[in-house]
Design a binder for this molecule. Structure first.
Ligand SMILES: [Zn+2]
Length: 75
């Protein structure tokens, strides 16, 4: 059963509830009894840095360097 994080806007407390996905958007009640709560984003979506940058071109191609082609011509 997925876990959902909520934040109470009345007292500022954050709490988590385990509930079926069908009730994910249902209003949650603060442990202190407040009804003014908002559902936070899933903690899965806010992980740390991911490797999203493109890797440098491997295998060469038309570079700007002078000298060996980098292939097999010099070997
Ligand atoms: Zn509260």
């Amino acid at each position: 059963m997925p876990r959902y994080d909520f934040r109470c806007r009345s007292c500022g407390a954050t709490f988590e509830l385990r509930r079926p996905m069908a009730q994910a958007n249902d209003p949650a009640l603060c442990p202190q009894g407040h009804e003014d709560t908002v559902k936070l984003l899933s903690t899965v979506a806010v992980t740390g840095a991911a490797t999203g940058r493109p890797a440098p071109a491997a295998g060469g191609g038309s570079g700007g360097g002078g000298g060996c082609c980098g292939g097999g011509c010099c070997g």
